[in-house]
Write a new protein. Structure first.
Length: 239
């Protein structure tokens, strides 16, 4: 019998509800069915993923979240943008957002709502305003296209749409740091060239998804300890 089978954290499923449906998730189920790539995820990485799904109410069986692991590199957690938005919309103080692109038009920076520009405009970045009922002013985020744009197919085909989406995700994270602070976008992850091609294919098959890094194992252990995720009846912090 292997250590993995003997580990109760890996064999005993946790239960939580997503959109009125019960989800049962164990470490062994994650390793067998929800990991993509050629690497072997560690127990710490698996537990981190399992409890992210529980606390953020994500259903990995519907591709709202899954793990990517290549070789000995740290595992990455992929979270769909739709699931990310769902968490924001469920917050009682969330009151919507505005977002668009920033362009250089004849030497002037112009903020355009949406993702449409003139042919002569030069794309500079994206912006987002998130509104909360307990804030007098919106949370404003502006990001530079040069820092986020990549040579991936989706970015080449839809640069304006992608930079706007990145601005939205970053804006929501700044507006709700207590719940979304641990989530990071695909553009913030640096992958090896061969890994980028495989991950890009995964993302294109499941549109508008985000990637966040799982830190090194010692950091994951600290995260697990602080959140006390092994208490069976603890439902974790709500969003």
């Amino acid at each position: 019998m292997t250590n993995e089978i003997q580990n109760p954290v890996m064999t005993a499923p946790i239960k939580f509800e997503v959109n009125g449906e019960e989800v049962k998730l164990s470490g062994n189920t994650i390793k067998q069915y929800l990991v993509r790539g050629n690497g072997n995820v560690s127990d710490q990485e698996t537990v981190m993923f399992m409890n992210l799904c529980k606390f953020q109410k994500l259903n990995p069986f519907l591709n709202e979240a899954y793990l990517i692991k290549f070789g000995t590199s740290p595992a990455q957690i992929v979270v769909s943008k739709e699931a990310f938005m769902k968490r924001a919309e469920a917050h009682p103080k969330y009151e919507g957002f505005e977002a668009g692109i920033i362009v250089d038009r004849e030497g002037q920076l112009i903020e355009i709502e949406g993702a449409v520009k003139l042919d002569k405009d030069k794309l500079i970045g994206g912006w987002c305003k998130v509104y909360r009922s307990d804030r007098k002013v919106p949370i404003v985020t502006k990001i530079d296209y040069k820092e986020f744009g990549k040579n991936q197919a989706t970015w080449k085909e839809m640069p304006m749409n992608m930079i706007r989406k990145s601005a939205v995700v970053n804006g929501l994270r700044e507006a709700f740091p207590e719940s979304l602070g641990a989530m990071h976008t695909e553009e913030e992850v640096q992958n090896k060239p061969v890994e980028e091609r495989v991950i890009e294919k995964e993302i294109e098959q499941h549109a508008n998804q985000e990637i966040i890094d799982v830190e090194a194992e010692e950091v994951v252990v600290k995260e697990v300890t602080e959140q006390e995720i092994f208490v069976p009846e603890d439902e974790g912090p709500g969003f």
